[in-house]
Design a protein around this ligand. Sequence first.
Ligand SMILES: *Cc1c(COP(=O)(O)O)cnc(C)c1O
Length: 406
Amino acid sequence: MGITLERKLRSDIVGGLADPFQKKAKGRAVKMNYNEFPSPCYVVDEDLLRKNLEILKSVEDRTGCHILLAQKAFSMYATFPLIGQYLDGVTSSSLFEARLGCEEMGKEVHIYAPAYREDEFDEILKYSGHIVFNSYTQWIKYRDKVKACGKHVECGIRINPEYSEIETDIYNPCFTNSRMGMTLKNFEAHDFEGIDGLHFHTMCEQNSDTLWRTVQVVDEKFGKYLKNLKWINFGGGHHITRDDYDIETLVKSILFIKEKYGIEVYLEPGEAVALNTGFLISTVLDVMENGMEIAILDTSAACHMPDVLEMPYRPNVIGAGQPGEYQHTYRFGGPTCLAGDIIGDYSFRDPLRPGDKVVFCDMAIYSMVKNNTFNGVNLPSIALFSEAEGARVLKTFGYEDFKSRL
Ligand SMILES: *Cc1c(COP(=O)(O)O)cnc(C)c1O
């Protein structure tokens, strides 16, 4: 499945060695000595992360907006002190994310979930300063608890502007019968006395032209409510740190709303924070043949990079080209017994041998937060790298991690 479909949404960085991203990533990754890391291992490059954070901070500085890390995409909390130097805090999808962001970054904590559990809500209140509700009934159910909790908590409502340019339904919060947020029709049927802000999230890996068009729709439909509120949250899906991202139109979109309504604007990107800052180092275990050369790796699409199968997409590999581009083409497969545990087809100048290292790019986001121990396959280790401090392995996993969840 994933092998024939190119990474659709992330298509800007697909390609072989001629691709400028590949050159950049290679330039970074060759500075690492792969043998200093266990295999497999996620390695986040702190210098690259800092570059992304500087771009995000420049948007905050130019517009006065507030940018939060969406922990759903990237929760490697060893980096939270660094991220907290640049961003205003975190957004969370659950009690546990709210707690992690509160304890490890200690700045603003926002939370949104389609519905909150009653037995968790007191704790959610303890860790969060902003709570976004998905429906009128959720707001009514919890508003007295919020008022009585002894600290000031800002409350928002997620709206569904019924406008999204995402073509894949699984990532489109505005598809027919979506449960994400309130449509204008439902919103208008109620009185939202006590609500401080609105939240929409309708984008995925998109540029700012999409945001501009979305903001026009939100303004047209919900503008009349904005002037009485304190803030609006533009959600995530803004690919701000991508090379071809148009920052000027982002700035224009933020200032348009800020100036028209005199309210604060939040953005909560996940991907953009750690985009292209992580690698997954793996090792060839065996090479076999069945109509083509197949390399079995010690890392698995199903276990360690589930978006490869879910999205699906073909991750870049350092030093590899498209199939057929170089003399030796291999299909990369994982060590599990899932037939479709296939990462993609890649070509190399030299033949691969057991023991060779294979390094996948852009493996910081939606990787560590989604991995699993299917088939009893161990989890990759987690490490940091920077030019100043070199390699630092933070975590390795073992049998107990597998067993303790079962
Ligand atoms: C997924 C999500 C984000 C982050 O999205 P990215 O695509 O990683 O930028 C932000 N806010 C909400 C509500 C989300 O569901």
